[in-house]
Design a protein around this ligand. Structure first.
Ligand code: 5AD
Ligand code: SF4
Length: 425
């Protein structure tokens, strides 16, 4: 999401006549887009800002993203060399804010959420000519006890289906074949205009735009993840057979403490829909270990759930206390060494599951959307519809990037597959 936000910022400024340079040293203005999802990400921001204090002398430094939104004008006290602080809903207003700076104002902020122009980013400068993102909904109305996002990205605002489809068709016309529909919680999408499309309908319609071959979406919330989404994937081969469904914990007691609004059984019901689908749907997830009060037994429930689901990939995190969140009052009971022990166990188990799953794919033919080439390995690299990395040989070094190539899987490692392209007739 942040990578795509940066594309919006770059495009907006290029349109205004600014030029992009290769390094911060060459710049007159530095725009630093930031993340505050965990404390480590936030600390990185303050270290980097400290670095800009010396190296950024004489430059305008703008802090963007979630740390900017979270800390607001307080940033100016902590880092007086920063002159602009703006959250993600204000990027369309950056040119205006820069005018204020150029006319001598040393402290400019953009922290409102109710900016209707938040979605109007017609100038987004996309980095990849074949594969891109489309924002369909901003913000989050859930209140997970550990999560800072509702505070940094504000309440949910869905974009009109018409505007999404317009952007999607323009992208298809420009040669893009793969898109990811983006939102903190894409499933709670609801078209604010008269059509009232829900997420499953929107997904299906985007998947039917001529030129698109792969449509993905992220992130889903289990509570809002309904069966029609699976039916849409079953019925429309342009929708990728991959669902990222963050579970966070395998213990219903911990899920309640996290205010996730579902039990382990309700989550597993959604997993069953996917396992019973006609298409072979890859399932990935996010997990948090060491949430306040998580007992050893509750932690083991997460391991058992991982075994039961056999995820295709996971992102595991150590619980990190965040400002403003309700879990903050619960303290941080689990010592960091214990969180580390738990996350190591989770990652080792997942590694074993992935080795097993990948070895089952040997001999299969998978379609790879080619992203580039490892010259040193003389291999092309790309992704399957299930979002696995598949590196392959058997084709010359002529430009394949952006094309779709059938590849026979010959080997499986823990994190990727290796294969040979089928010969072209
Ligand atoms: N501590 C650790 N992990 C977190 N996540 C969100 N907030 C926190 C936190 N305070 C994780 C969740 C979420 C992912 C994007 O980041 O697993 O799904
Ligand atoms: Fe955070 Fe929960 Fe919203 Fe996801 S659903 S962004 S974890 S509050």
């Amino acid at each position: 999401m942040n990578a795509h936000d940066s594309e919006k910022v770059v495009g907006t400024l290029l349109h205004e006549g600014y030029n992009q340079v290769a390094t911060p040293e060459q710049a007159n203005y530095i725009f630093y887009n930031t993340c505050s999802i965990r404390d480590k990400a936030e600390q990185k921001v303050f270290n980097k800002l400290q670095h800009f204090k010396n190296s950024g002398k004489g430059k305008v430094i703008a802090l963007l993203g979630c740390v900017a939104q979270q800390e607001g004008a307080k940033i100016f006290d902590r880092a007086p060399h920063v002159s602009l602080v703006a959250g993600s809903a204000s990027y369309a207003k950056l040119p205006e804010m820069l005018v204020q700076i150029e006319s001598g104002n040393r402290r400019v902020t953009g922290l409102d959420f109710d900016t209707p122009e938040a979605f109007d980013t017609p100038y987004t400068r996309r980095d990849n000519p074949f594969r891109t993102f489309i924002t369909i909904i901003e913000g989050c109305d859930k209140a997970c006890a550990y999560c800072v996002v509702p505070f940094t990205r504000g309440p949910e605002r869905s974009r009109t289906a018409e505007s999404i489809l317009d952007e999607a068709r323009r992208l298809a016309d420009s040669g893009i074949t793969e898109v990811t529909l983006l939102g903190q919680n894409v499933n709670s999408y609801r078209d604010p205009s008269a059509s009232k499309w829900d997420f499953a309908r929107l997904l299906d319609e985007v998947g039917r735009i001529p030129g698109f071959r792969r449509v993905r979406f992220t992130t889903s919330h289990p509570r809002d993840f309904v069966k029609p989404i699976i039916d849409a994937i079953d019925d429309n081969p342009n929708l990728c057979n991959h669902v990222h469904l963050p579970v966070q914990s395998g213990s219903s007691r911990v899920l309640e403490g996290m205010r996730r609004l579902y039990t382990r059984d309700q989550y597993m019901e959604r997993i069953d829909w996917m396992k019973n689908a006609n298409r072979d749907i890859a399932i990935t997830t996010d997990l948090i270990v060491g949430f306040p009060g998580e007992t050893e037994r509750e932690f083991e429930e997460t391991l058992e759930l991982m075994e039961e689901v056999e995820y295709d990939a996971i992102f595991a995190f150590k619980y990190s206390p965040r400002p403003n969140t309700s879990a903050l009052a619960m303290g941080d009971h689990i010592p960091d060494e214990e969180k580390t022990r738990r996350i190591v166990i989770v990652n080792e188990l997942q590694r074993a599951i992935q080795i097993r799953r990948h070895s089952e794919l040997i001999g299969n033919v998978e379609e790879v959307h080619v992203e580039g080439r490892h010259e040193s390995l003389q291999q092309w690299m790309g992704k399957t519809s299930q979002n696995r990395t598949l590196n392959f040989s058997g084709r010359d070094a002529e430009a394949l990037s952006g094309s779709y190539v059938p590849v026979r899987v010959t080997r499986g490692g823990p994190n990727s597959l290796v294969g040979e392209a089928l010969s072209v007739n």
